[in-house]
Each structure stands twice: as structure tokens, then as C-alpha cells.
Design a protein around this ligand. Structure first.
Ligand code: GLU
Length: 496
């Protein structure tokens, strides 16, 4: 096989969301699987829709995901579009389409010379008139081909149009969709080169995929309707076509295309919500791909994904992005971190919450937190009780069918006595005292510990109780138990 060269070709018209990144990940995995090259090409031919910062965001996102790019915009190219960043470069640049205009012009001239394209100088007013007349005749609107035979001079302001053949017959074997055929193309002499010298997407994509020696074009299946024109263009140029793979959409749980209304879709949000990049990458690859029949593996190291990835196992149907599955997987990845990695991962989240903890205390509590959180943003709320002098309490979580206000008061009072009397405020001593108390009161430990948990930590979900108390220390633990007793004085006796 000739070298596998794949590309991700986003338009910087906004910030790529997770579905777009999946396309990039598949392209990257395919290139890595075959020891080929993964290329980033910026398709900024629609200058009006350009969003400043979108390219830099892409590069940062790939870095965060650990996706390495072999060829892409160089630093000089990034400077030119006003998004300075460390560039990539490569032998087939520039990798930003607005910096490749002479190539598109040359290609368009070639098609004119060979009779596949022509210049058109129809004004917007003429085109609008034509469109209205077609609508009145209930015809599909589209260019009539008026300039096809007019030999418009290169010196007048013009566009270049493709001479769409009458009833072309086109068949493509798509690597995901299998055989796709068209016997007509619903585009009438589409524009290839605009009068300002910019190409349209169709010309640019074909020219670049050819010149950059792209072997496999992976993209979302919303581009499938453009494929017949691309095939005609490759044929008109006499260029070999790449392998095409049109990927089914990523859907939200309601079956609609994944979008902001389904929650986080931008990488930034996943990051700030406390997802680990390896977990996100692993999960996103599984949305629409599986290693194959009978292989139930779900947690993949990067090397495993590279080894196992193939287009054969990309689903033909759209796949649903399941946030529950993602957060489960994230929890699995969190648990697999070493103490040092977990500490480093937690730090920005604790900093952001303005929380600091003495290293000795963190060492005691961190393993228990790591066992319980599913995302890094759950850490700070879980250990807030250790870092703040004052806590908010979810008082209602204290009550239970066996535990009303007077019972809760009794538990607090007796726990205070037991814990005050302990020689050593160790996990084992605390546990012994409190289990003993539950037995004395003839209460199930769960609900009774629930009262103490809310009293001391404020929350229903925390690291294990005895460890939490021990980490907090006797003085603060007793003070909080007493404070809660006072709070309960103000709750009507039948509460709970
Ligand atoms: N620029 C197109 C996009 O924004 C690329 C489509 C393709 O990969 O050919 O998705």
C-alpha cells in the first residue's frame, strides 16, 4: 500500500465540538495504525465566517488529547492569520487554504483549458432574475449554463464554474457506507473559483487532497452529497481518488444530532468538568466504533486503540453519545492514576475552589476520594469540610425513617461523649466507638452514620466516615457535632 496519509480539515468557523474531534481521532488512529501521517489542514476559504482563535483552540485541544500531528500549519502560517502559536509545518504546505490561492487558480485554469470548466461573468442581479423565473416555472433553481459557450474573457470579473455533465453515472465504494451511486448530481454548474480568487470548498478540498497525497478521506456523512461532484472533479483532473469514509453522525440520547442542548460538547467544558483526556479520547473513539464481534474490551490504552482501529468496524448507523458511560469510564481512569498523578490532576480543581490542604492530610484522604469521584470536579465539594472553617449542611439528608429530630439529637449528644473520651483519635478508635454506639442504640449503622456525616462534613457523599473524622481531627469534629446539635434545637420536633 502507498503511504497512508489522512487529514482532518476543519473550517475555523467556530469551535470544534466533540463530534468533530471524533472524525479527527479516527483519521489519526488510521494513520497511526498503518504507520502513516496525520495532517491538519485549515479550510478557511469562507473568510466571512472565520472565527478568530479557532485554529489555536484546535491545536491546544489536540495537545491536550495527546493527538500528535505530523503535518499542519507552520508558525509563519499561523502568524499570517493572526493566531500565533507553535506551528507544525511539513513538505506539502501551506496547510491553511487561504495561503494556497495560486494553486486553486492554476487548477481552475487547467479545467478551463481541458473543457471541464468555464468562466462566467453573470452578475448577481442576472442570477437572481434567473432564479425567480425558475421558481415561477416550478423548476429547481440553479445556474442555467448561460456562459457555457460564451467564452468569457479572463480580464473581466468572473467566476469559474464546473460544466456538470448531463446524467453522469457515479459509483463509489465508501469504506463505511459501502457502495454509493448517483445518476444525477443536484448541482447545476457549481462555482469552483469565486471572483475574489478564493476557491469554493469543492475545488479546494479536491486540489488539496490530491496535492497533499491524502490516501483516506474521513469526514462526517453530511458531506456525502458533495461526493459526486468531488468524484467528477478528480476524474476531470485525471487524478487518482483517495479512499472515502463517510462517518455517521454522533447523536444525543434523544436521537437528535449532538449539540449544545445535550450538555457539554466542547472540549473546554469536558476539561473544566474534570474529565481526563485519556478517558475522553477512549470513550469518544467508542462512539461508533468497536474492536469487533466478540471483543468486549472497553478500556483501551492509546497503543491498543492504534493497534485495533480499523475502518471495517466503524458502525454504519449513527451512534449515541452516552454521558453516563463517559463519566463511568472517567471514574475508571481516575482510579487507575498513581497517587502523584491524582494529586496533580486534582490540584487545579482545588486551586480553583480556593482550597488548600496540608500534604499529610491530603495523603490520608486522597486515596478515599480517588476511589469515589467520577470526575475531578467532584473532588473539591467532597473534601470541602476539611478545608473550610464553616460548612453548609444538607440538613434534610440527615433524616431517615428511623431517625427523626429527637433521635438525631440523641445520636449527636452520645457521639460527642464517646468521641471526647477516646484516647487516640485514630480511624480504628473512632470506628469502635461509633459502631458500639449504633449497637447500644439498636440502630442500623448506615442511617446513624448518615447523621454524623452530615453534621461533620455537611454532605451525604464523602470519603469514609471514620477516615474523614480522623483527618479533620478531634477538635473540629466535636465542634461540628455540637454546632449541629444547636441547629437541631431550631427544627420542629416532628421534622424528618
Ligand atoms: N471543511 C470541511 C468541514 O468543515 C471539511 C470536510 C472534509 O473533510 O472534506 O468539515
Amino acid at each position: 500500500m502507498t503511504e497512508v496519509r489522512t487529514r482532518f480539515a476543519p473550517s475555523p468557523t467556530g469551535f470544534q465540538h466533540i463530534g468533530g474531534f471524533r472524525t479527527a481521532l479516527y483519521s489519526w488512529l488510521l494513520a497511526r495504525h498503518f504507520g502513516g501521517k496525520f495532517i491538519l489542514r485549515v479550510e478557511d476559504t469562507d473568510q466571512e465566517r472565520r472565527v478568530a482563535g479557532a485554529i489555536k483552540y484546535l491545536l491546544e485541544s489536540f495537545e491536550w488529547l495527546g493527538v500528535d500531528i505530523d503535518e499542519g500549519p507552520s508558525s509563519a502560517e499561523l502568524d499570517l492569520v493572526g493566531e500565533p502559536y507553535k506551528g507544525i509545518g511539513g513538505d506539502f504546505g501551506p496547510y491553511i487554504q487561504s495561503q494556497r490561492l495560486p494553486l486553486y487558480k492554476e487548477a481552475a485554469e487547467k479545467l478551463i483549458a481541458t473543457g471541464f470548466a468555464y468562466r462566467c461573468d453573470c452578475t448577481p442581479e442576472m442570477l437572481e432574475k434567473e432564479r425567480l423565473e425558475q421558481m415561477a416555472r416550478k423548476e429547481l433553481p440553479g445556474y442555467s449554463g448561460y456562459c457555457r459557450t460564451r467564452n468569457v474573457s479572463a480580464d473581466t470579473r468572473h467566476v469559474v464554474r464546473f460544466k456538470m455533465p448531463h446524467k453522469p453515472s457515479i459509483t463509489v465504494i465508501d469504506a463505511v457506507k459501502d457502495r454509493v451511486s448517483w445518476d444525477q448530481v443536484p448541482m447545476r454548474d457549481p462555482v469552483l473559483l469565486k471572483s475574489d480568487g478564493f476557491p469554493t470548498y469543492h475545488l479546494a478540498v479536491v486540489v488539496d487532497d490530491h496535492h497533499m497525497r491524502i490516501s483516506h478521506v474521513l469526514r462526517s456523512d453530511e458531506w456525502l452529497s458533495s461526493l459526486p461532484l468531488h468524484v467528477l472533479l478528480f476524474d476531470a483532473f485525471g487524478w487518482e481518488k483517495p479512499i472515502f469514509a463517510h462517518l455517521p453522525a454522533v447523536l444525543g440520547s434523544d436521537g437528535k444530532k449532538l449539540s449544545k442542548r445535550h450538555g457539554a460538547t466542547s472540549l473546554e467544558t469536558f476539561k473544566s468538568d474534570g474529565y481526563l483526556s485519556q478517558a475522553l479520547l477512549n470513550y469518544v473513539v467508542l462512539v461508533g466504533w468497536s474492536p469487533g464481534e466478540g471483543d468486549e474490551q472497553e478500556i483501551f490504552k492509546r497503543e491498543d486503540l492504534i493497534k485495533k482501529f480499523s475502518l471495517d468496524h466503524v458502525n454504519k448507523a449513527s451512534a449515541v453519545f452516552d454521558y453516563n458511560k463517559l463519566i463511568w469510564m472517567n471514574g475508571m481512569y481516575i482510579r487507575a492514576l498513581s497517587f502523584e498523578e491524582f494529586t496533580a490532576a486534582a490540584k487545579p480543581f482545588l486551586d480553583q475552589a480556593g482550597m488548600q490542604m496540608a500534604p499529610e492530610r491530603w495523603k490520608i484522604i486522597a486515596p478515599h476520594v480517588q476511589e469515589r469521584v467520577r470526575a475531578l470536579n467532584e473532588i473539591a465539594p467532597m473534601i470541602e469540610f476539611l478545608c473550610r472553617d464553616q460548612i453548609e449542611r444538607e440538613m434534610n439528608s440527615m433524616f431517615h425513617k428511623e431517625i427523626d429530630v429527637s433521635r438525631a439529637k440523641q445520636i449527636l449528644k452520645l457521639a460527642d461523649q464517646k468521641l471526647s473520651g477516646l484516647g487516640d483519635f485514630s480511624v480504628a478508635e473512632i470506628e469502635g466507638a461509633l459502631r458500639g454506639l449504633a449497637a447500644e442504640l439498636n440502630l442500623k449503622p448506615g442511617p446513624m452514620f448518615g447523621v454524623l456525616r452530615v453534621a461533620v462534613t455537611g454532605k451525604k457523599i464523602t470519603p469514609p466516615l471514620f477516615e474523614s473524622f480522623s483527618a479533620l481531627g478531634r477538635e473540629a469534629t466535636l465542634q461540628r457535632i455540637r454546632e449541629t446539635g444547636v441547629l437541631l434545637e431550631n427544627v420542629p420536633a416532628q421534622g424528618g
